[in-house]
Design a protein around this ligand. Structure first.
Ligand SMILES: *Cc1c(COP(=O)(O)O)cnc(C)c1O
Length: 400
């Protein structure tokens, strides 16, 4: 059978197409397989290894026992939509209509997919920062659009204003802003976000945000782009419960946007998943209504885990580029004599029994300069696991 179709564009967009035009497995699959084969500690993929708030888990159990096991309403249960609106009011002072301005999705991933497929035509351009979450590249190419990137360079991972301005054109349909940012851990400063809004207005582009780490900032303050002047009417704000409540397997996400945009995106979502996660929706409503102190505790806990791993990486001889938020820290292996992080990541499990992911996996093949020696490690793991990983990494210098 002929190997053709849009999936090849998706693979290319996610940087998986080799020079021979054959898609390779993702680096996450490759590294996780290596971790499994060698018994190494897997700090490659970003999923927590312990449960989140017990109230949230218990609410899902109760919902299943209570019969919430059939298709929920298309836009999400009224109660979860109300909880999302309450959340936007409580944390950001936003007034969101739960009936017309909220859509519940199968994680942030489906929200991104439905949004791009709804709004972007072949020939349009979508601007993102780079490095970028691999799904962005795949989805933009699936929509037939062109992906234009703005580099975030070490050590600060902040965009150059001239680069940001140069990325926009009359073909720009969407600017997709991920803050707090994966993989760099940067909380984007409000000045950068203001420039994004200004450019979106100037070129009449839609701002799509990915704020899945909104509650995981342990340094700096997350500012949702939609709160800035001029943004509200043209912004689709996307978030998800997975990272906040350690429920990545539940795939409950949501978006908020003006009614006409929600209408358009719902039309596509209807034919992707139709609906999702009936018993998990009430559980996430419970989670979103937890007291402020619980959210502060979640961020503080991650901050202390970050410190264990970042300090350990520094002690092991890496240059550590400390994050403000999220699940990941980037470490530069160049001071240890390793200029090729991809090669080192393939060796690390055997050398010291730890798995990380090269940052080059989040960068287009022709843009890897400046990222070649960087590795991303996840710290959303139990303290004992991080301490063991740090102890192992301390032996790396001796293997050089
Ligand atoms: C994990 C992650 C997602 C995926 O979120 P889901 O709710 O699991 O679909 C999206 N964007 C970024 C930046 C992520 O790190």
């Amino acid at each position: 059978m002929r190997q053709t179709g849009p999936w090849l564009r998706a693979a290319e967009g996610a940087m998986l197409l080799g020079p021979d035009g054959v898609p390779a497995p993702t680096v996450f699959a490759e590294m996780s397989a290596l971790a499994a084969a060698t018994g190494a500690i897997n700090l490659g993929q970003g999923f927590p290894d312990e449960d989140g708030p017990a109230e949230v888990l218990e609410a899902a159990v109760q919902a299943i026992r209570g019969g919430a096991n059939q298709y929920p309403p298309g836009r999400g249960t009224p109660d979860l939509r109300a909880a999302v609106a309450e959340h936007q009011a409580r944390w950001y002072g936003l007034d969101v209509d739960p009936d017309r301005e909220v859509l519940v999705t199968a994680g942030a991933t489906e929200a991104l997919a439905a949004t791009l497929l709804a709004l972007v035509e072949p020939g349009d351009e979508v601007v993102t920062f780079e490095p970028f979450y691999d799904a962005y590249g795949a989805l933009i190419r699936l929509a037939g659009a062109t992906h234009v990137t703005v580099p975030l360079r070490a050590p600060d991972f902040l965009p150059d204003e001239a680069d940001l301005r140069a990325a926009f054109s009359d073909r720009t349909r969407v600017v997709l802003v991920n803050t707090p940012h994966n993989p760099t851990g940067r909380v984007l400063p409000v000045e950068v976000l203001r420039t994004v809004v200004e450019l979106a207005e100037q070129f009449d582009a839609v701002i799509v945000t990915d704020e899945v780490y909104e509650h995981l900032a342990f340094a700096g303050t997350h500012v949702p782009p939609v709160t800035l002047p001029g943004a509200r009417e043209r912004t689709v704000s996307i978030s998800s419960a997975g990272k906040t409540f350690n429920t990545t397997g539940w795939k409950i996400g949501w978006l908020t946007a003006p009614p006409a945009l929600v209408e358009a995106i719902t039309t596509v979502k209807q034919y992707l998943t139709f609906v999702n996660g009936a018993p998990f929706q009430p559980a996430i409503a419970t989670g979103l209504r937890l007291p402020d102190a619980v959210f502060a505790g979640i961020a503080a806990d991650l901050g202390s885990k970050q410190a264990i791993l970042a300090d350990g990486l520094a002690a092991a001889g890496f240059d550590v580029l400390r994050p403000d938020a999220g699940y990941f820290v980037i470490a530069d292996a160049a001071p240890l004599g390793h200029d090729d992080a991809r090669a080192l990541c393939l060796e690390l499990p055997r050398l010291v029994g730890v798995v990380g992911v090269p940052v080059s996996a989040f960068v287009r093949p022709d843009h890897v300069d400046g990222y070649r020696s960087l590795i991303r490690f996840a710290f959303c793991k139990r303290r004992s696991v991080l301490e063991e990983a740090v102890a192992r990494l301390a032996g790396l210098a001796a293997t050089a």
